[in-house]
Design a protein around this ligand. Structure first.
Ligand SMILES: Cc1cc2nc3c(=O)[nH]c(=O)nc-3n(C[C@H](O)[C@H](O)[C@H](O)COP(=O)(O)O)c2cc1C
Length: 359
């Protein structure tokens, strides 16, 4: 079974890049919650293609169509099913890929797994387009979490060699999230955004692509969400963030840097802040033993460069069983990171709301 996630709210994503529609079924949402559809549309717009010269030129409005689960804008307890119709599909661009798989895309692995019956058009079910329904589910969870005074925000930390300032791990705030949204690229430091834009355009001009890092924070979480060992907050977030196509790495708090530290450097000392227990540093990323400790939950996701590049690449002809040269056609993002950012926020919101309901 593919494309399903969650313990208390179960999310199932369906569709292909060029099928008539894509969508999500969300089961287990409590009844009686008002969903603001205009706010959801605004959230989806942050991921939508065709908005600038550093994203794919595919033009999709991504209008959510509610099929069930909402009555007068309020959840009614039935599964919430929402679709988005695909409108701007050019399937002819993808015909060659049935025989000559794109290096580092899912074409080859899917061809073997599904015996050649997989939908190759636009990347089929492996397309970044399938993150639109993920953003529908996540946009709804973000709204519900905000009602619980929990907020989530992300920024681009790095693209190629261009770097933004990291979040302050102990005091990242709603003001940071608002600032990120105001900047032309979602970063804390506008100069960093300009440098990132340059890196993307340089790669694009060469028919190449570039990878990057997204840093995400969740604030306002109570102490005690998550469970030890296999249902910890790290596990739950990893389970859904790795569902976003193109994610190749994930680290929480100080992440891989902890391997170079002494305990005296890495341990987060506790102190009393009025009646609250807080830590002076947050190398743990707000998670101890899989359970939230009340500090911001912080993680970074590494995205690979977009696999579909227009430079010539070595591949194979599967029908002829011989080496072949491929030049990928079609419209592609020169960098996934920008459009993936709301997907990371959405994924975190689904994981954390599901953990909240599972307490
Ligand atoms: C928002 C978004 C947009 C994407 N756009 C493209 C694209 O235009 N071209 C492409 O080759 N891959 C794109 N990808 C990445 C591929 O879908 C992904 O690399 C592929 O499915 C293989 O999966 P994997 O990289 O996780 O192994 C995009 C991913 C996301 C999240």
């Amino acid at each position: 079974m593919s494309s399903q996630y969650g313990k208390k709210i179960k999310i199932s994503i369906f569709g292909q890049s060029h099928s008539p529609a894509i969508g999500v079924n969300i089961d287990g949402l409590p009844a009686g919650i008002k969903i603001d559809i205009n706010e959801l549309k605004a959230f989806l717009k942050r991921r939508a293609p065709g908005q600038n010269d550093i994203s794919t030129a595919r033009a999709e409005d991504d209008v959510p169509e509610i099929l069930s689960g909402l009555v007068d804008g309020i959840t009614c307890g039935a599964p919430l099913a929402i679709i988005i119709r695909n409108e701007d599909a050019r399937s002819a661009d993808y015909r060659e890929l049935r025989d000559i798989p794109r290096p580092s895309h899912a074409d080859f692995a899917a061809h073997i797994k599904y015996g050649g019956f997989q939908d190759v058009a636009g990347g089929g079910h492996f397309s970044g387009r399938l993150t639109a329904p993920l953003c529908i589910a996540g946009g709804i969870c973000l709204q519900i979490l905000r009602g619980l005074e929990i907020s989530i925000g992300a920024h681009i930390l790095r693209i190629g060699s261009a770097q933004d300032d990291p979040f302050d791990p102990v005091s990242v705030s709603n003001a940071d999230f608002e600032l990120i949204q105001k900047n032309p690229l979602p970063v804390l430091k506008p100069e960093a955004g300009e440098a990132m834009r340059k890196q993307i355009l340089e790669a694009k001009e060469k028919g190449d692509s570039v990878g990057g890092l997204i840093e995400c924070a969740a604030i306002g979480l109570p102490v005690g969400l998550g469970d030890p060992m296999f249902d910890g907050i790290e596990n739950r977030i990893a389970g859904i963030v790795f569902g976003i196509p193109g994610v190749k790495g994930l680290e929480f708090g100080s992440g891989f840097a902890v391997a170079c530290c002494r305990g005296s450097e890495n341990n987060d000392s506790f102190y009393m802040d009025g009646e609250k227990v807080r830590t002076r540093t947050n190398n743990s990323g707000g998670i101890l033993g899989g359970i939230t400790n009340g500090m911001p939950v912080l993680f970074r996701a590494a995205f690979k460069p977009t696999p579909s590049i227009s430079m010539e690449q070595d591949s194979v002809s599967l029908s002829k069983a011989e080496n072949a040269v491929l030049q990928v056609k079609g419209r592609h993002d020169p960098c996934i990171v920008l459009r993936a950012l709301p997907c990371v926020e959405a994924a975190a919101a689904i994981a954390l709301y599901d953990a909240f309901l599972d307490c």
